[in-house]
Structure formats: structure tokens, C-alpha cells
Design a protein around this ligand. Sequence first.
Ligand SMILES: [Zn+2]
Length: 274
Amino acid sequence: MPEGDTVYRSARSLDDALHGATLTHCDIRVPAFATVDLTGQTVHEVISRGKHLVAHVGETSIHSHLKMEGTWHLYRHGTKWQRPAFQARIVLETADWVAVGFELGTLELFPTPEDEQHLGYLGPDLLGPNWDAAEAVRRLRAAADSAAGDSTAEDTAAGDRPVAVALGDQRNLAGLGNVYVNELCFLRGLLPTRPIAEVTDVAGLVALAHRLITANRDRSERTTTGNLRRGARTFVYGRERQPCRRCGTSIRSGRLGRSELEQRVTYWCPRCQT
Ligand SMILES: [Zn+2]
């Protein structure tokens, strides 16, 4: 899964190349939208919202999510693609560029006025122009508070949610993937399984999330340690059985969550995180 910083950079590259240009060719290769042709329309902008990418073309929004294998590439005309053509889901051409979306997990088109209808559920965007830390804290706390008052079974489950699940839930704040989630838990000394309701300094957690992802926004090598050297860029993520950088204890890994994180691997130091 890509992190928000990767999607942010993709959107910025696409926007630099395409905005203001007219589409000279448009080929959408997913059945539901295969008949849509935006040739002749102007690309107004390409933006990211959390881990989602939106291109505003004419009156239409092209919404994509990279999911596991997806990526957008930009090519000059006549250049060989770096992925097989059968993986292409959409091809947008201007006089200068060919933009290709490969293996996009989500690709849908809708009228631009419907943006909020499709994306309004997302929490504050960590890398967005209107980042709202207080609102992100409020949303994370709302899940926690609902555990205190014993109303419905569903609410109780929300407060019991592991902090790693709550941080990765794009409805609370948008942009964190599994790398940041694991690293944030380490940096705040929290086990990924710790219920969100037990986290006392949610504001500190949110502030650190914003600082970390912002620090990585403009570089292609992501680091949460401050060290850009290969193999030194994370504290716990991808470091199973290696020594903790702080205390030397062997880093553990496991799969967390009953549903949302079942497919996600978590990493933690059993000594530094409680
Ligand atoms: Zn440790």
C-alpha cells in the first residue's frame, strides 16, 4: 500500500505535466468507463487527497487509488513504457505527455460537483492545503470516547480499536499507510494493539504524524529515523528479529486486527512499546 507522501508526489508530477493542457487522446480500459472519451477536454489540475488521486478534466473527475500495485507513469511520446501495456487502466495524452495509470486499485469517473459525495468521508488530509490537526484529533478521540459511554456494541468496538487501526482509518485522518502507522506507534511508545481510548496524548500523536509525512513529502526515500541510508530508514517497520535501535531488543512482528488490519503486518519493540 502506498503512503500519502507517494500519492502526493504522483499528483504533483502529473499536475506539473498536464495542468492547463488539452487531452489529445483518452483511453479508459475499465469496462464501466470504457466508452468515456475526454479528448478535447482541458486538464484543470491533478491533486491528492490522502492516498487518493483526483484529476479534474473538463467537468469530470478521474478518481484513482493505487491500492497494492498501482502507479502512474509519465512518458514522452514514443518512449517505451516501463510496465506491460495490458496493465494499463487509463491513458491520457496531451501534445507533450502520455500519462498512464497502471493496475490502479480503484478507477472511477464522476461529475466534478460530486467530489464530496465520493471523497467527503475522508478525514483531514495530512498533506492537504487545509490540514486540520484539531479535527483529526477530534475524530480519533470520538472513537475513543464512544468506548467510555456504553451505548451500542458497535461504539464499544470503536473505542477498543487498536491505535494502529485508528491511525490507518482514512476517515480519521487521511494519508497514513502501514509504514507510518507502525513507526508512529514506536515513536510514541505505544503497542500497535493499544486501544485508542487509552492513548492520552492524541494531539501529540497527530502532530508527529504531520511532521513525519511532511518531512518526507519532497523526497523519494522515506525515512522516519532521519537517516536516509538504505536499511536505516525505519525503527521497526520491516525489521522483524533485528535489534531495536533504542534498546537492542529483537523487533517482533505479527498480524493485527480482527478485520481491518488482518492482512497488515505490524512491527513493534516489546520493550520500548507498551
Ligand atoms: Zn526497544
